[in-house]
Design a binder for this molecule. Structure first.
Ligand SMILES: C=C(O[C@@H]1C=C(C(=O)O)C=C[C@H]1O)C(=O)O
Length: 357
């Protein structure tokens, strides 16, 4: 076949794809109407995970799983935006890794609201200024994000999903690599790319700035500068990626939470986050946690934070596998409450088990 004949085939397939995409969108809109009538949530993380999982099973290639996922992320994003003008708050400014995490889950069609603090993301969800919020909760090397934990103590918002984002640092520049005179980034990012910079840009001036996003913004304005930042910064500031993944150590992942006003429905592979405090007496925490060891419910994480009302008294944040509506989890939570001064379920949501959305 000739080039033109092959291209004719692609044109015919595109026509069919556009027809099918619109048919899919019309159905999503019907579903949206039903959800509105029932007062149900528009964004349904459990359903989205099931859709993406099924696609992975159906995919025979050569399209890589990651590409198919990215395409469907945008298809679902367009449906969500049409079902309702969806607003997502995130810890800003623009192009932060939290913004990147939010974009990886909600796509490019919904509206994003940048917040300057984690507390503001919570408040925006509480006050219904936005539909959902995205905040960081822990990093695989740095540990817990304590601002997020502390804000859960006094809020009505619920965790409805989690997002794992591999932290990937890229070299962005308008110049070719030979003409780079200086590199901007955040101190921590320089630290994470030290070896690569020594080998590939030796002697080039390194200028620390407040965030990777502002590094990209500056490099976008200067012809002989570069920035180390996430991919979204390259997209938003219109600056090319010269080299991807230049961090010395791979496997640095941050976990983010999607904050909403309700729990996600049970899927059979969920996670639940709870907050509790125990009586200030010897063995109280041991007694509380022993409830898990006897129950078969798998605890995956525990963090403690000072309760901020009395010195040396703590709140505990625990994640466990399962949904708060599962029988086993219900029994465990009931038993746990007998040992607690306060116990709250912060949310049940699909367990992403460290995988990307
Ligand atoms: C169409 C729906 O609404 C949203 C869009 C989805 C999609 O496009 O597949 C899936 C889940 C929801 O977040 C639905 O709930 O099924």
């Amino acid at each position: 076949m000739t080039l033109d004949q092959w291209r004719g085939k692609i044109d015919a397939i595109d026509a069919e794809l556009v027809r099918l995409l619109n048919e899919r969108t019309r159905i999503a809109l019907e579903i949206g109407k039903l959800k509105k009538e029932a007062g149900a949530e528009i964004y349904v993380p459990s359903r989205e995970r099931a859709v993406l999982q099924r696609l992975e099973e159906l995919n025979g290639g050569p399209l890589p799983a990651e590409s198919l996922r990215a395409i469907y992320r945008e298809i679902m994003s367009a449906s969500l935006a049409l079902e309702r003008d969806l607003k997502i708050a995130y810890l800003g400014p623009r192009a932060t890794f939290t913004h990147e995490a939010a974009r990886s889950r909600f796509g490019g069609s919904v509206e994003y609201v940048s917040c300057s603090t984690i507390g503001d993301v919570f408040s925006d969800v509480e006050n219904r200024n936005v539909d959902y919020g995205v905040v960081p909760i822990e990093n695989s090397t740095e540990g817990a994000v304590t601002h997020t934990l502390d804000r859960f103590v006094d809020t009505t918002v619920r965790i409805c999903a989690e997002i794992f984002l591999p932290i990937s640092l890229n070299l962005l520049s308008r110049a070719g690599r030979e003409s780079i005179a200086r590199v901007y980034s955040k101190e921590e990012a320089f630290g994470q790319c030290r070896r690569w910079l020594n080998e590939n840009l030796p002697g080039v001036e390194q200028i620390p700035v407040g965030s990777t996003a502002s590094a990209a913004e500056r490099a976008a304005r200067e012809e002989d500068s570069a920035a180390i930042a996430g991919w979204l910064a390259s997209d938003l500031y219109g600056i090319s990626v010269l080299e991807r993944n230049i961090q010395d150590v791979s496997g640095n992942v941050t976990r983010f939470l999607v904050l909403g006003r309700s729990f996600s429905a049970p899927t059979g592979k969920d996670k639940t986050s709870i907050l509790f405090s125990v009586k200030h007496k010897a063995g109280a925490l041991y007694d509380a946690l022993s409830v898990f060891s006897g129950s078969g419910v798998n605890m995956t994480r525990i963090e403690s934070r000072p309760n901020r009302t009395k010195a040396w008294e703590y709140n505990f944040f625990v994640d466990f596998e399962g949904h708060a509506e599962d029988e086993e989890a219900k029994r465990t939570l009931e038993k746990l409450s007998e040992h607690c001064l306060m116990l709250r379920v912060l949310g049940s949501y699909p367990n992403m088990g460290g995988t990307e959305s």
